[in-house]
Design a protein around this ligand. Structure first.
Ligand code: SF4
Length: 234
């Protein structure tokens, strides 16, 4: 079950004002100096965490996985990418054609949009961990089905528990509803901070949706502002 924490009116006001300024400046091309909001890959790799399962161990179990029917059409299992101790984790829906071929999440046009969002947050792609709700490509890019999300959700949960990010961003309706175990529409899930495995969770639009609906980029910027405030908090 997710737990909602409403946003204060003062934060909404600040976000609205900040959004207005950033829209005028063309936020998606904005150059922002990188902050200390995320660990560097070097720091991440060197941080010992003997009490946690390693990502390598979990990834090794997904190689050759046949727990669901998505195994039948995949080229590669797309496990995830990023530092093992990332402070911020993005979770999308599932691999597309480019991701299936390259074995890395968010490398196509939607990936370029996600990269722009990350950059606008003042971070680098290599600072954050990126994964999907299912690790094998659904045929013809259809939505993952409930049995597939359930089967692969075991890997995703172990992945999150291994990383223990400070905050998670769920990209799109499928990831949001699957992770938060709810049927609520994305529009209602946005604007609140939820919780999963004791970790704060923010929902926003999938980058592929933003490519088709650029007018909603401002709403995504509002969502990631909440994430940035959380990461900047002492
Ligand atoms: S989607 Fe997940 S559960 Fe299904 S075959 Fe791939 S790795 Fe296994």
């Amino acid at each position: 079950m997710s737990r909602k924490v409403g946003l204060g009116e003062d934060i909404r006001g600040q976000l609205a004002a900040h959004l207005g300024r950033l829209e005028e400046e063309g936020v998606w091309g904005l150059e922002v100096k990188a902050t200390s909001a995320a660990s560097t890959p070097d720091e991440a790799a060197s941080t010992p965490a003997p009490d946690r399962e390693s990502l390598e161990e979990i990834a090794a179990e997904t190689v050759g996985c046949v727990l669901c029917k998505l195994s039948e059409g995949r080229t590669n299992v797309v496990f995830g990418v990023g530092p093992a101790r990332a402070r911020l984790m993005f979770i999308g829906e599932g691999p597309g054609r480019d991701e299936d071929l390259q074995g890395e999440p968010f490398v196509g046009r939607a990936g370029q949009m996600l990269n722009r969002i990350i950059k606008a947050m003042g971070l680098r792609r290599e600072d954050v961990y990126i994964a999907n709700a299912v690790k094998c490509r659904p045929p013809r890019n259809r939505n993952p089905e409930s049995d597939e999300l359930e089967a692969c959700g075991v890997f995703l949960q172990r992945q999150v528990e291994a990383i223990r990010p400070e905050i998670i961003v769920l990209l799109g309706r499928v990831a949001a509803q699957s992770v938060l175990q709810t049927g609520e529409p994305l529009g209602r899930l946005r604007g609140s901070v939820h919780e999963w495995l004791g970790i704060p969770v923010v929902c926003t639009y999938h980058p592929a949706y933003l490519l088709r609906n650029p007018a909603d980029k401002g709403k995504t910027w509002q969502d990631v502002q909440v994430v940035m405030e959380r990461l900047a908090a002492p």
